[in-house]
Write a protein that binds this ligand. Structure first.
Ligand code: NAD
Length: 343
């Protein structure tokens, strides 16, 4: 295994902490990418990794992503991420969670954790009994989904304006992949504004029910990326924009809430070459983290709204710079984020 410094995902992270608690079986990594704007904030992921290097690489990659996302959301927070290596032979025990909380606490507030894949609300409450460095606890703003959906809606509206010259969403055709918390919320906002909707979900009944309720249509999950529409809005899985899928798109813009939409990063150029506007995922889907951080940042409802309402202007600035420089929106966003974190 190469040294951490030599891993391709190492990006001059400020610190990478590795924890091993023999008594409880805890194995965890906390990567602090940047504290330039404030404490490194990002969720804890509980996951079965093939090997320990895969866990370190995930922490490196995700913590850098959080630096970019938090910076572009206008938060006074840096970027960090924790991963707990699930042990197939043991369940996620309380004593192990406490050991992890002590690990978070040992960093003295340099890292603030939140919920991510594999961690429940109850797990976050357990952590908070040991360390104060936990954001987004129940009763502190609640489910981030509706806030993310609101920001994504505003971003889709901005994309319609930039790509189609549309001043409102009336008649704009949006194809949404995944109608859960984010995609479902987005569909409701769009329906209110008179957009035309095509919905898909692996839970086909869920998509059909929502389409019936909102006056749209639904298609099979496998077909949603082939729908001829104005905007494709990925709100389900990451890595859905591949060389093949981008070649098949029949839309003018891609703007949706899913994380890490570009499978390798190269697809950003393909989208631009095809004249398809792209809303960088971590910019458009920041509504949730903006709300999750409300207690840490002492932000009231008005401030949360102000920050979410700033998402479309941030996207427009990215697209304008992309138009004038020839860089892709994803490249422009990364450059902006790097500048904000002093790199
Ligand atoms: P969710 O679980 O509530 O909804 C996801 C929906 O997508 C489900 O209905 C699921 O059945 C469907 N789905 C899964 N695979 C699919 C496929 N291949 N094709 C079509 N539909 C599929 O999740 P969510 O909270 O709405 O999150 C959606 C995406 O947004 C995820 O990528 C998530 O990481 C990202 N995101 C969410 C938030 C948030 O606040 N919830 C914040 C930022 C990013």
């Amino acid at each position: 295994m190469p040294a951490i410094w030599d891993l391709p995902d190492f990006d001059s992270h400020e610190a990478v902490h590795v924890f091993d608690d023999r008594k409880t079986g805890l194995k965890a990594v906390i990567a602090v990418h940047s504290t330039h704007l404030g404490p490194a904030a990002g969720g804890t992921r509980f996951w079965h990794y093939g090997d320990s290097q895969a866990a370190i690489v995930d922490a490196l990659r995700l913590s850098r992503g959080m630096s970019y996302k938090n910076a572009m959301a206008g938060l006074s927070a840096g970027g960090g991420k924790a991963v707990i290596l699930a042990n197939p032979a043991r369940t996620k025990a309380q004593d192990m969670l406490y050991a992890f909380a002590r690990a978070v606490d040992s960093l003295g507030g340099k890292y603030i954790t939140a919920q991510d894949v594999g961690m429940s609300e109850a797990d976050m409450v357990s952590l908070s009994k040991v360390t104060p460095h936990v954001a987004g606890l129940p009763g502190q703003g609640g489910d981030p989904g509706p806030y993310t959906a609101r920001g994504v809606y505003l971003g889709v509206e901005a994309a319609a304006k930039h790509a189609l010259g549309a001043d409102n969403m009336s008649g704009v055709h949006v194809a949404i992949q995944g109608v859960g918390s984010v995609g479902g919320g987005l569909a409701r906002y769009l329906a209110e504004q008179g957009a035309r909707l095509t919905l898909a979900d692996v839970d086909a009944q869920r998509a059909a029910d929502l389409a019936a309720e909102l006056g749209g249509t639904s298609v099979a999950a496998d077909d949603i990326m082939h729908v001829a529409a104005d905007i494709f809005s990925p709100c389900a899985l990451g890595a859905i924009l591949t060389v093949e899928s981008v070649a098949a798109l029949k839309v003018r813009a891609v703007a949706g809430g899913a994380n890490n939409q570009l499978a390798t990063g190269l697809e950003g150029r393909m989208l631009a070459d095809r004249g398809i506007l792209y809303a960088p995922d971590y910019v458009i889907n920041a509504g949730g983290i903006i709300n999750v951080m409300r207690h840490i940042e002492n932000a009231d409802d008005a401030e949360i709204n102000r920050r979410i309402n700033a998402i479309p202007a941030r996207l427009s600035a990215i697209w304008s710079e992309s138009d004038s420089t020839g860089l892709t929106p994803a490249e422009v966003a990364d450059n902006m984020a790097q500048k904000l974190i002093g790199r």
